[in-house]
Design a protein around this ligand. Structure first.
Ligand code: ADP
Ligand code: MG
Length: 727
């Protein structure tokens, strides 16, 4: 077994950075493989172009004739760039992306052939949907689903395939993907945010959510990664003793990017440019061999597609560079895990960032309105927001001591807190002219200056305001951003809807002026949602206690965290906002639970196998060497051998003890699995969480102890030192 490890290590000795040719400027490459506005203007007729732009901007339908025209132009464009196939590209509930390639090629009468792609093929396809997760929505009868073109996310060419972003729904209409609910949530946001925007800007006609994600990941030499069955099958290390050196010297963060990783990044960035993914930032992260890439933010639906695409492209590019990318939230214990910060804001159609203060008191009141409503929404739905990022993999990160906790709180900094504190004292009802002037000049008028030097960023907060956007930091690195983005946009949209109703009531029934009404409602919201605001250290135990007192949820285990996804409040919320139906919600919940159970189940199997079939035999092997050595010592030194072989004898006994423990624990874990399997759904997931998973740590402990004792030459698993410090 140890041969695999040493062969892999041998292979890494000959690695050198792949040469990446960089002849063209990034700006020249940008969007070359995207059927974007520019390409559409070139290839489409005027009426087709206008029809597509209308669909993008106002959600209007594209009729079949126009779709035919668009399809033909798209095909011509794609073929001119060397594409031979097309695919509907979608995001099923597996968490990954899916594609099935069809050639443009078609034969006519068996002898002639031509390249064909028409409106029907562009607009709708019927992939064999029966093997995608559906949570019971499609019974075997109606096993059909279809994909439908999303014109708001432009088609692109990857390798030689024209990829058309689509939604994926059942024939009965229910969404079977991550994009559909997101689009509905963004629609709800547009409706309700625009209505609120009109208080401040009569001409506002559209509000879009923006998203800028920051993707963290590990880059591990692929020979080394493949030498570990746990990394190969679960994406993380299930055992491995922490190395003498980890991240304690902080020498990796923002350091020089190692040369092999650098050439991977350059290659990746060029691919991203061609695909129109506006990646801008790259740097080393805190843990050894951990990195981050981040783009310029975009409209949320497009940004989500770009993140999913990036993750695919990263896997492909990494192979060329002999790396394996790990997106797992916690691939290694003892060093930092990986997250995917979701920077989120709202923009109106004239380009105003609604979470950025402006030059006039009115703009600042607009800022405060969206700012306070977001905080209120997060407060009211904190448990749902937590659930939106719950998974078997993110569970290792949230609540563990280096990452954001499982408690959702909002950081806004001391200066904005002071502003909100002042606003709590606004008079009920009508305001005196003096008070109005004071508010405008001295409180909200000072906001822009405050934000300029609001630099005390609290890195421990799961949801932080960072100057002109909120940063949702608890999102896991492997998550599809659509899921948290659907929840965040839905809850804020719902909150804005309520806000509008309350403000209008004060104007209509109490005769308050618009700004008086806004101040009055904001005052109440600020008071109501205080419990969710926390600027201190979110990692400490003190916060857990304090949060409990404040009534905030702290669901560390995934099955527990997921429960709220099917609560009455949640169903009411999603149905009211027309984001998901009860059937869709329940199906997703079922899929989430099953995914959790399966992941823990696979880990249990892999761990059991490694422990008993790799570690124990290796330990016995080494023990035999020690026994042989002891026997020989006895032969030569006779009665004195016990003194001479003292170390060996102790080690033999210690090893025996660990072997016994490992065997006993693995058997117990097996039994726990068998017992757990008698349940279904939530109970099954809970059993795996409470009865199976606790064995992981115990089994690992004994294996990791053995690692420190057994001859390095025999050890079968590539060690942490080798995985983390091979560059
Ligand atoms: P960091 O959090 O690493 O210090 P920044 O705060 O500078 O980095 O920016 C992180 C991300 O925030 C970037 O991807 C950027 O595009 C995004 N971002 C900036 N402004 C907005 C916005 N208005 N809406 C959404 N994302 C934004
Ligand atoms: Mg960040």
């Amino acid at each position: 077994m140890s041969r695999i490890r040493f062969n892999a290590l041998q292979e890494t000795l000959h690695r050198s950075p792949l040469k990446v040719v960089q002849n063209e400027k990034r700006s020249t490459l940008f969007g070359q493989n995207v059927f974007n506005k520019h390409a559409m203007q070139q290839y489409l007729t005027r009426s087709a172009y206008e029809s597509v732009m209308n669909a993008i901007e106002h959600g209007t339908k594209i009729d079949r004739k126009i779709a035919d025209q668009v399809a033909v132009s798209m095909k011509d464009w794609a073929m001119a760039k060397g594409a031979t196939h097309y695919t509907h590209w979608f995001q099923p509930l597996t968490g990954a992306t899916a594609e099935k390639h069809d050639a443009f090629f078609e034969s006519i009468n068996g002898s002639l052939a031509m390249e064909k792609f028409d409106g029907e093929q562009l607009v709708q396809q019927e992939p064999d949907a029966s093997s995608f997760p559906h949570g019971g929505i499609r019974n075997t009868f109606e096993a059909r689903g279809y994909t439908a073109w999303d014109p708001t996310s432009p088609a692109f060419i990857y390798e030689t395939t024209l990829c058309i972003p689509t939604i994926f729904v059942a024939y009965t209409g229910e969404a079977l993907d991550n994009k559909t609910p997101l689009l509905r949530a963004l629609q709800a946001m547009d409706t309700h945010a625009t209505a609120v925007c009109k208080y401040f800007d009569k001409n506002a006609s559209k509000v879009s959510a923006t998203l800028g994600w920051e993707q963290e990941f590990f880059l591990i030499d692929d020979a080394l990664a493949l030498s570990r069955p746990d990394i190969q099958l679960t994406g993380r290390t299930l055992l491995g003793h922490t190395p003498a050196k980890g991240q304690q010297l902080d020498d990796h963060y923002f350091g020089t990017i190692p040369s092999r990783a650098m050439s991977f990044m350059q290659d990746l960035e060029q691919e991203c440019m061609l695909l129109g993914i506006p990646v801008k930032t790259r740097h080393n992260e805190v843990a050894p061999n951990q990195f981050e890439v981040a783009p310029i933010f975009e409209e949320a639906n497009l940004a989500v597609d770009h993140n999913s695409l990036l993750m695919d492209v990263m896997q492909k590019v990494s192979r060329r560079h002999k790396f394996k990318v790990l997106f797992h939230e916690k691939p290694f214990i003892g060093v930092n895990g990986s997250g995917k910060h979701n920077n989120w804001s709202l923009t109106s159609d004239n380009g105003t960032n609604l979470l950025s203060p402006g030059k006039t008191p009115m703009k600042n009141l607009q800022f405060l309105t969206f700012f306070v409503n977001t905080i209120k929404a997060v407060y009211k739905y904190e448990e749902l927001l937590r659930a939106s990022i719950a998974s078997a993999t993110n569970e290792h990160r949230l609540g563990a001591n280096e990452a954001p906790p499982a408690i959702i709180s909002v950081f806004i900094g001391s200066q904005l807190s002071a502003v909100l504190d002042e606003l709590e004292n606004v008079t009920k009802g009508k305001l005196s002219p003096q008070e109005k002037t004071d508010l405008k000049l001295n409180i909200i008028g000072k906001i822009p200056e405050i934000l300029l030097d609001n630099t005390d960023r609290n890195r421990t907060s799961p949801f932080a305001f960072t100057g002109n956007k909120f940063e949702f930091r608890a999102v896991g690195s492997s998550t599809n951003c659509a899921i948290p983005m659907t929840v965040l946009n839905t809850i804020v949209a719902k909150q804005l809807k309520e806000f509008k109703i309350e403000v209008d009531a004060l104007i209509d029934k109490k005769g308050l002026k618009k700004d008086e009404a806004v101040f009055n409602i904001l005052r109440e919201y600020i008071k109501d949602s205080k419990a969710v605001r926390f600027d201190g250290d979110s990692y400490g135990e003190a916060w857990e206690k304090e949060a409990k007192k404040r009534g905030l949820s702290n669901n560390k285990a995934t099955p527990e965290a997921l429960k709220v996804k099917v609560s009455k409040d949640t169903i009411d919320l999603f149905e009211e906002m027309e984001v998901m139906s009860k059937i869709e919600i329940e199906a997703r919940y079922e899929i989430d639970l099953a995914a959790y159970t399966k992941k823990v189940q696979i880990e249990a199997r892999v761990l059991g196998d490694i422990a008993r079939n790799h570690i124990v035999p290796t330990a016995i092997n080494y023990q035999n060497t020690l026994l042989e050595n002891t026997k020989n010592l006895k032969e030569i030194f006779g009665g004195d051998y016990k003194n001479i072989a003292k170390e060996q004898i102790e080690l033999i006994m210690t090893i025996s003890n660990h072997i016994t423990q490992i065997n006993a624990l693995v058997i117990k874990m097996e039994e726990a699995k068998i017992q757990s399997n008698r349940s279904i759904g939530l109970k099954l997931a809970e059993n795996y969480s409470n009865k199976v998973k606790p064995f992981f740590k115990e089994i690992r402990f004994h294996c990791d102890q053995l690692e420190t004792m057994v001859d390095d030459n025999l050890w079968p698993l590539t060690k942490y030192r080798e995985l983390l410090f091979t560059k």
